[in-house]
Design a protein around this ligand. Structure first.
Ligand code: FMN
Length: 535
């Protein structure tokens, strides 16, 4: 165990919510004084993207077989559509004098710590360089202009997190939520890319320091103290299989990009997000340093793709992606969900599904599901194993009375225990009724301490995996006529106790719930980008 692994494990331990106390957070919050949800850089050239809202005919179900979707050309309009469908605004909400925006990607507390950058070769109306995406304006701010074109003509997307934007509300636990949000953002990008017939490649070999350099977020004097960004992920967009870009290795591509930003001309300075920083959470900076990723060699693992399970969804991908929301309340008297819908939703998070073809490693996260209302299934606890190799250890480490009875031909789904678990599902999710009034809720349990032992940065990757699963659940819930909500607030060790886990071999990292939503009629929904149309 390295010193950094210890720091990460200690962080994880101290940021657990327990029934006796919540993880350390601010004692009071001034809602009027929230950090700006939209980062702007002053002093940059702005590239406005074509107006958002384009509908494509591609059906959501066609994303199960992305290879049959016609490949859209790499134009500014299509790049704009990619960014909009992944990270753009999806609506405004209004309640009395309060007005807030929602985006295609969800975020804990709607705080959106994830920032998105584009690195592009010369394209029509887009000069080669590094750009920051501003979802509110649906525009790109040019941070760096390359002196030469990129040798491979590729398009890259980079993600970073402003930890402090999340910590403003959630204190020390915020680092976890930022990682969940990165996983969701990756999922959102994958669905958006697939809609255009594009694919994404995770450039997982890159060091965090490389990503910081490429995105210009290591230029600390251009950011206000405490409002800096931490590097997370770099992806390459693949457009058409015969493109020459496909052949360049990820490490070579990163070296070429580093040379381009080194020789490039940088512009702009990040505007302040907030006037005052009352609470400070140094433990977040400590864990961020301990979980910093070096350059690594990575496998190119991929599960064998299997056919998705049927769905009645006939919606287009563009409309389904834009309608995704978190349910705030569920109808606890809902008719049970059809078993076929339940199975389809679960099959979509398996490594053999189309979304997880993007994920380059064997699954390390499994679902422990509290079934409340599913036709033909007894209420109780079930497990979906996303990697069957974990079965012997999970059997050993969970309660001896669990039956571990395989119940479906289509899925590695196991029955563990029968009984009404609504009360404890709600109790364990910080007493939130969305965990009990749903068709089912679940905990995502990760293979934890062994994963982190010599690679503490894998802590973040585990959370990304849970966020990616969460994004699939959000969209599949919509496709089945239901709605989902990510649940970051839960009592960690009470969940472990209920399932029988002791020690740190397995840890629950994220909860999720899916049911029939009840809308709050007092809240008005307004179009996403009316403010651009009126300009
Ligand atoms: C990582 C994560 C954790 C979340 N935790 C909770 C939660 O504990 N309770 C809840 O009601 N909503 C939770 N949400 C839902 C967010 O509040 C929601 O995504 C945000 O308000 C934006 O709304 P939207 O998802 O409708 O776009 C969570 C979302 C994410 C991504």
């Amino acid at each position: 165990m390295t010193k950094h692994s210890d720091t990460v494990l200690n962080y994880h331990q101290r940021t657990k919510h327990t029934l006796q106390r919540y993880a350390k957070g601010p004692e009071s919050i001034d809602w009027e004084d929230q950090p700006d949800h939209f980062r702007h850089f002053s002093g940059c050239e702005i590239v406005s993207l074509p107006l958002p809202g384009t509908e494509l005919e591609v059906l959501f179900t066609e994303l199960d077989t992305p290879e049959v979707i016609s490949v859209k050309p790499l134009t500014l309009a299509n790049i704009g559509l990619l960014l909009e469908l992944a990270f753009g605004l999806s609506a405004w909400k209004q309640y009395g004098p309060s007005r807030w925006s929602l985006r295609c990607n969800p975020s804990s507390g709607n705080l959106h710590p994830t920032e998105v950058y584009l690195i592009s070769a010369d394209l029509e109306n887009l000069k080669a360089g590094v750009y920051h995406y501003v979802s509110h304006d649906h525009a790109l701010e040019q941070r760096c202009r390359f002196s030469d074109n990129l040798p491979d003509g590729s398009l890259y997307l980079g993600f970073s997190s402003i930890h402090w934007r999340e910590a403003w509300k959630y204190g020390e636990r915020a680092f976890r939520y930022c990682q969940h949000d990165i996983g969701h953002a990756l999922g959102a990008l994958r669905y958006a890319a697939a809609t255009l017939g594009w694919r994404i490649e995770l450039m997982a070999e890159a060091a965090d320091a490389d990503i910081a350099h490429l995105l210009g977020i290591n230029r600390l004097d251009e950011f206000k103290a405490l409002e800096h960004e931490s590097p997370d992920l770099l992806c390459r967009i693949k457009i058409g299989v015969d493109s020459h870009q496909v052949n360049e290795s990820s490490s070579d591509a990163v070296d070429n990009l580093l040379a381009a930003v080194e020789a490039g001309a940088w512009a702009g300075k990040a505007d302040s997000l907030k006037a005052y920083h009352i609470y400070k959470w140094p433990v977040i900076d400590e864990v961020a340093i301990a979980a910093d990723k070096p350059r690594t060699q990575e496998d190119n693992w991929q599960a064998i793709a299997t056919k998705s399970l049927p769905t009645a969804c006939t919606q287009t991908a563009t409309s389904l992606i834009r309608q995704r929301r978190s349910a705030q309340q569920f109808d606890g008297k809902m008719a049970p969900m059809a078993k076929a819908d339940f199975y389809r939703i679960l099959a979509a998070v398996l490594p053999s599904s189309s979304t997880f073809q993007t994920w380059r490693w064997p699954a390390k996260v499994h679902l422990f599901i509290f079934v409340h209302r599913v036709e033909g299934l007894e209420s109780g606890i079930y497990a979906l194993l996303r990697n069957n190799a974990a079965l012997p250890q999970l059997k050993l480490d969970t309660l001896t009375e669990f039956t571990w009875q395989a119940i479906a031909d289509e899925l590695p789904l196991y029955h563990l225990h029968s009984g009404d678990c609504r009360q404890f599902a709600k109790g364990l999710s910080c007493h939130q009724p969305i965990a009990s009034d749903s068709a089912f809720s679940l905990g995502m349990v990760a293979e934890f301490s062994d994963t982190l032992r010599d690679a503490p940065w894998q802590y973040r990757r585990l959370f990304w995996e849970t966020g990616l699963i969460g994004q699939v659940l959000y969209l599949e819930a919509e496709a089945a006529g239901y709605r989902g909500t990510g649940i970051g607030c839960f009592f960690d060790d009470s969940v472990h106790e209920l399932l029988g886990f002791t020690g740190e071999q397995f840890q629950c990292l994220y909860h999720f719930t899916i049911g029939k939503p009840l809308d709050d009629q007092r809240i008005q929904t307004l179009p996403a980008y009316e403010h651009l149309r009126n300009n």
